[in-house]
Design a protein around this ligand. Structure first.
Ligand code: 13P
Length: 252
């Protein structure tokens, strides 16, 4: 069976000290209450990864970077390579987030390089896709998201594709308080799974975890996660409060 995953994306929030406190709080509650069969991941700023890895019990909680460089190493001031991320103890990397696509010009071509480097260094990519409001309103969201995947992770071999986690994040739902309805989320997740089936076959499609992201919170997580093709969430704002994040984990 595919894994249920709840991953926090802290984005550009928390000082190192605040991040350690947050990680401690999440770890303590997960230790006490358990996370059932849910894989819990904390996506922290680069500067926090090593400390957060030390802070949490790796049997309970994985740590993700929010990006990695498109080059393996060299004269790229300010970049952090997949190899460096791996060496911190992180096991995941969020790639293709709409904020990076939009604000930092990350194209499919760049993302293909990042995914290849992440996989080559043993990191699990949490690969994001999702449409803007105008595309949703035009009714072409299914084709749009399928194209995003066709240009990127569908170019991988079956063996590599099996290592990918997908996160569907409609841009109009990110940080807006407007979440996709349960039906909208299920429809898109089923569309993504059908596209994976067409490309890689039913076994791989059934084994791929597809997370939902976009204003997912303690109140709506349960309803979203009840859908048969929604395998968890990628959580922004609500992952910054340990109690809310735990409620979401308990949404399964
Ligand atoms: P919010 O949960 O704050 O809407 O952010 C979602 C997101 O972008 C996670 O990657």
């Amino acid at each position: 069976m595919r894994q249920k995953i709840v991953a926090g994306n802290w984005k550009c929030n928390t000082t190192l000290q605040e991040g350690i406190e947050l990680a401690k709080a999440v770890d303590a509650i997960v230790a006490k209450e358990g996370a059932k069969d849910v894989v819990v991941v904390l996506g922290t700023p680069f500067t926090h990864i090593t400390k957060v890895v030390e802070t949490v019990d790796s049997k309970r909680i994985g740590v993700a970077a929010q990006n990695c460089a498109a080059e393996a190493k060299g004269a790229f001031t300010g970049e952090v390579s997949a190899d460096m991320v791996k060496s911190t103890g992180a096991s995941y990397v969020i790639l293709g987030h709409s904020e990076r696509r939009e604000y930092y010009g990350e194209t499919s071509e760049i993302l293909n390089k990042k995914v290849a480097l992440a996989l080559a260094n043993g990191l699990t990519p949490i690969f994001c896709c999702g449409e803007a409001l105008n595309i949703r309103e035009a009714g072409t969201h299914n084709e749009y998201v399928t194209k995003q995947l066709a240009e990127t992770i569908f170019n991988l071999s079956s063996e590599d594709f099996k290592k990918i986690v997908i996160a569907y994040e409609p841009i109009w739902a990110i940080g807006t308080g407007v979440t996709a309805s349960s039906e909208q989320a299920q429809d898109m997740h089923a569309n993504i799974r059908a596209a994976i089936t067409a490309k890689f076959g039913v076994e791989i499609a059934e084994g791929t975890s597809i997370l939902y992201g976009g204003s997912c919170n303690a109140k709506n997580a349960k309803e979203l996660f009840a859908n048969k093709d929604v395998d968890g969430g990628l959580i922004g704002g609500a992952s910054l409060k340990a109690e809310d994040f735990i409620h979401i984990i308990n949404g399964f």
